[in-house]
Design a protein around this ligand. Structure first.
Ligand code: BES
Ligand code: ZN
Length: 441
């Protein structure tokens, strides 16, 4: 970090100057404020953002693995080198481990079968007679006895998990779900809620399913074997990181929160999702460190978002009632740099405006000439904050890029201009908010 060392005397000077004029910053906004804000934004370094990105995207950062932990160690070291104390908040979460193998054998059936397991398919090694159970509804099982057998079911309008539960209630040992023609069979989920009540389930194509129906119809009883091995739910450990920027002595009680998840899905370097948001939050933490702000700012780095928002849920669950009351705004940055995604969107859980969207829209108007409309969106870490009653919003370039959650989510596909744009909008918004009066009065 020699580059940062060179910057230090300069930062110190700015810091001294700003401390000197903090009295005017705390009150009326005027030329002093504008100057300080401009200087603050000029501090933004896209090189810093990219040096964090190249470190973070060396390998996937899957929640609960040592590489997620290494990413946390890197972020902690960076924050400490900027002078922050870093609180590491560990937590456990339950995760689904996908099967190491799965298979289907139908005795005498000519031709190959390539079934796919579902997310949350349970383990099993069962055999029994294969029964055509129609659409797999309760009335279908009145006509077709599947007790101790394997049910073959056509997917129509009923949720997958319900079809699995109906077959289980009817006494089936396993279920094969064949899909409508236009649906690919990979990567579907049964949801985890009813995991304990599931029987082994595999997906088949329409072609495979209809051929099996014919095969079962025209001959003597057909026996089949279903095997799913190694699927389970187990406990894993992750951590959030919290770095707090303390305010000046003239501060009000408000807290501004800004966060990003730093974990990724398996096999993906997760450059857009979400090294991008992580690197921007880290850079904003560096920039704010030397600014005498009138509100407390908390920089949050969430683990295990991809497994179900575990980090942000954990963090919100540890906030006291008083802290929740004082939390004026939560900025969530997730997928803020893809060159190939749509326009910048600000999303809230109910699609309506709040402290965050208003500040950001105003900042965008000042920086880019027009306001940003607020969209609906609940697929990231702002959700638990909203649910706790805190004004929260997601910053995301939307619609997201085609290679979202794939090994193609690499650093080369990020746009410097887009990262800088978000950093400026969010930086300006927070700068404005920290020098405005308390939102709680
Ligand atoms: N970065 C995504 C959120 C996202 C993706 C928002 C595409 C809008 C469009 C996030 O990391 C993610 O993948 N979230 C999961 C949900 C989460 C609860 C596991 C998702 O959206 O599938
Ligand atoms: Zn994400």
């Amino acid at each position: 970090m020699t580059r940062k060392k060179v910057l230090f005397p300069f930062l110190l000077l700015i810091s001294i100057l700003m401390t000197a004029c903090s009295a005017s910053l705390s009150g009326v906004k005027g030329p002093e404020f504008d100057k300080a804000q401009t200087e603050f934004i000029q501090e933004l370094s896209v090189e810093n953002i990219f040096s964090s990105l190249s470190e973070l995207t060396k390998k996937p950062r899957v929640a609960g693995t040592s590489s997620e932990m290494q990413a946390a160690a890197f972020l902690t070291a960076q924050l400490k080198s900027e002078g922050y104390e870093v609180e590491v908040q560990p937590f456990d979460f339950e995760r689904y481990v996908i099967p190491e193998s799965h298979g289907l054998v139908v005795e005498g059936f000519p031709g190959p079968l390539s079934p796919a397991p579902f997310q949350y398919s349970v383990d099993g090694n069962v055999d029994g007679q294969l029964i055509d159970a129609g659409y797999g509804l309760k009335k279908d099982y009145k006509k077709n006895d599947v007790k101790g057998k394997i049910a073959l079911v056509a997917v129509d309008k009923t949720a997958f998990y319900e079809l699995v539960l109906f077959a289980s209630e009817a006494g089936a040992k396993a279920i094969l779900l064949y899909f409508p023609d236009e649906l690919e069979i990979d990567n579907w989920t049964l949801g985890r809620e009813h995991f304990k009540d599931f029987i082994p389930a595999l997906a088949l194509t329409y072609d495979e399913g209809t051929k099996l129906v014919e095969f079962v119809k025209n001959g003597p009883p057909v026996s089949a074997a279903v095997k799913i091995k190694g699927a389970r739910i187990d406990k894993a450990a992750s951590q959030n990181l919290i770095a707090t920027k303390h305010p000046t002595s003239e501060a009000d009680d408000d807290i501004i929160l800004i966060g990003a998840h730093y974990d990724s899905v398996a096999k993906a370097p997760g450059a857009s999702d979400n090294a991008s948001g992580t690197a921007v939050v880290l850079e904003l933490a560096r920039m704010f460190k030397t600014v005498p702000t009138n509100k407390e700012i908390r920089f949050l780095f969430f683990g295990a978002e991809e497994e179900g928002l575990h980090g942000s849920e954990k963090y919100v669950s540890t906030l006291t009632k008083d802290e929740i009351k004082r939390s004026a705004a939560m900025f969530n940055l997730d997928m803020v740099g893809s060159a190939d995604a749509g326009d910048l969107a600000i999303q809230t859980i109910d699609g309506s405006d709040n402290v965050v969207t208003k500040a950001a829209s105003k900042a965008n108007e000042a920086l880019n000439g027009d306001p940003i409309e607020t969209d609906f969106g609940d697929r990231s870490d702002h959700t638990p904050f909203h649910n706790a009653g805190i004004d929260a919003a997601l910053f995301i370039y939307d619609p997201v890029e085609e290679w979202y959650h794939t090994p193609e989510d690499t650093i080369e596909k990020l746009s410097k201009a887009r990262l800088v744009n978000v950093a400026k909008i969010v930086g300006t918004s927070i700068f404005e908010l920290t020098f405005s009066g308390s939102t709680k009065e």
